[in-house]
Design a protein around this ligand. Structure first.
Ligand code: UD1
Ligand code: CA
Length: 452
């Protein structure tokens, strides 16, 4: 099959400078969702018809869509005119499927069903709506489809028809060219309507079949921000249902956002208001507290993420505990049983098994060994104003509170750094290192008193 994706429309009601099909649903452009669906059908060709917004649509999408042809439609003279622009890119495949770049939720199974129903004839994906206003109506005669009439061209009787054209159709490729050449624009909108091919098929005795999606949401399009928000909720609800079916305990399926993919092991639990971006993988028994953001993270079995953690591009071991309020930044690798507590930021660091940093610390560009204790307020001073430097802390080190490690610096195995130390040179293995003005007390000292 060939697939043509119509994406040239302006989307005025979005009130945006961004072309409509580039607006994000679940973190990705609408058009990316449609391209995914299209690719999943393994068609012989995919052609996107773009136009409004100049080259932005193509430039944004083409790098991630190898093998897709791009046809520019300028000006936009209707859906029939849009498909004409794709003609040079179609192969000899028998069926040509027309999708819309702003209808992102159609399931591949539905499209396969439509193609099967169409056979070597024409196939229309239709739905019955309580309020069909705005849509093209399916005009039947003794159950057989005769034509589609657009809202603006429909008589009062036709406007009462509740079966509507979703816009998604399958057309025999061999007929498409001649049918498109016959389209006129003598209608209320002075457009070349793709829907007029239905009457042409009927006139030539080509069978017209209809198929229907399991759910109406599969055919919903985006014309406004409000519809965008509606589709986002439907999309998220579907993901939540899938996670529940997979055995994930969701505190509230209505308060979860997955903008990418979330793979989970057994007996995971996710509290409210968590956002997952990119590719997130969580192992068996992982629990995630409320209000966490996880992006491109892998978390091994049994780890607990407490409330309000932000974790980006990190690899977290098994049986760790993080947060509440921990921030893990890119290129961080935590081994098993690591504890990162509240208001601790970790960046581009490797932390060995059993190491703990419980409170108010910054660990950046550092390697920490096993069973290190990082006291409250410890800071790796990794940046000299021009360059970043590494800190190395070996196994079994104890770092007292409020310590600064001026990188590059190394703390040897089993060393202890006294609280308040500013470490400027390497600390040897097994010894206590401290840098601290000696404490003294002044006998007989009097506090000043306010002058009258
Ligand atoms: C179209 C159908 C209507 C159907 C409705 C479903 C026609 C004539 N009408 O109407 O039967 O019920 O969709 O939503 O086909 N587009 C282009 N180039 C153009 C015009 C449109 O690429 O010149 C694209 C748009 O970006 C959009 C799609 O085609 O993705 C549909 O266009 P739109 O103007 O929304 O069509 P409707 O008038 O809603
Ligand atoms: Ca529309």
């Amino acid at each position: 099959m060939n697939i043509v994706i119509l994406a040239a429309g302006q989307g005025k009601r979005m009130r945006s400078d961004l072309p409509k099909v580039l607006h994000a649903l679940a973190g990705r452009p609408l058009l990316a969702h449609v391209l995914d669906t299209a690719s999943s059908l393994t068609p012989e060709s995919i052609c996107v018809v773009y136009g409004h917004g100049g080259e932005a649509v193509r430039e944004t999408m083409a790098p991630a869509a190898p093998g897709v042809a791009w046809a520019r439609q300028e000006p936009q003279l209707g859906t029939g005119h849009a498909v004409m622009q794709a003609l040079p890119y179609l192969t000899g495949a028998a069926q040509t499927v027309v999708l819309y770049g702003d209808v992102p939720l159609t399931r591949p199974e539905t499209l396969r069903r439509l193609c099967d129903a169409a056979g070597d004839g024409l196939g229309l994906l239709t739905v019955e709506l309580d309020d069909p206003t705005g849509y093209g109506r399916i005009v039947r005669d003794n159950d057989r489809v005769r034509r589609i009439v657009e809202q603006k061209d429909a008589s009062a009787a036709e406007q009462a028809i509740r079966e509507v054209n979703t816009g998604i159709m399958v057309i025999p490729t061999a007929r498409l060219k001649t049918w498109l050449a016959k389209l006129g624009n003598d209608n209320a909108q002075k457009e070349y309507y793709l829907t007029d091919v239905v009457a042409l098929a009927v006139a030539e005795g080509v069978a017209v079949a209809t198929a229907h999606p399991d759910s109406v949401w599969e055919t919903l399009g985006v014309n406004s921000r409000s519809q965008m928000a509606t589709l986002e909720r439907i999309y998220q609800r579907n993901i939540a249902e899938r996670l529940l079916e997979d055995g994930v305990a969701l505190a509230d399926p209505g308060r979860l956002d997955v903008r990418g993919s979330l793979l989970s092991g057994k007996d995971c639990s996710i509290d409210i208001n968590c956002v997952f971006e990119g590719n997130v993988i969580i192992g068996d028994g992982v629990s995630i507290g409320p209000n966490c953001v996880l992006k491109n993270v892998r978390i091994a079995a049994g780890t607990r993420i407490e409330a309000f953690c932000h974790i980006d591009s990190a690899d977290i071991g098994a049986r760790c505990s993080l947060g509440p309020y921990a921030r893990i930044r890119p290129a961080t690798v935590l081994d098993d049983e690591v504890h990162i507590g509240n208001f601790v930021e970790v960046k581009a660091s490797q932390i060995g098994a059993g190491t703990k940093a419980g409170h108010l610390s910054y660990i950046g560009d550092a390697s920490l060994g096993k069973n290190v204790n990082v006291g409250a307020g410890t800071i790796t001073c990794n940046y000299d104003g021009a360059n970043k430097h590494r800190t190395v802390i070996e196994d079994d080190v104890f770092i007292g509170s409020d310590t600064q490690l001026i990188a590059p610096v190394r703390v040897g195995r089993g060393a202890t750094l006294a609280a308040g130390t500013t470490l400027t040179k390497d600390a040897p293995d097994g010894q206590l290192t401290l840098s601290r003005a000696e404490q003294k007390s002044i006998r007989g000292w009097k506090r000043p008193v306010k002058k009258k």
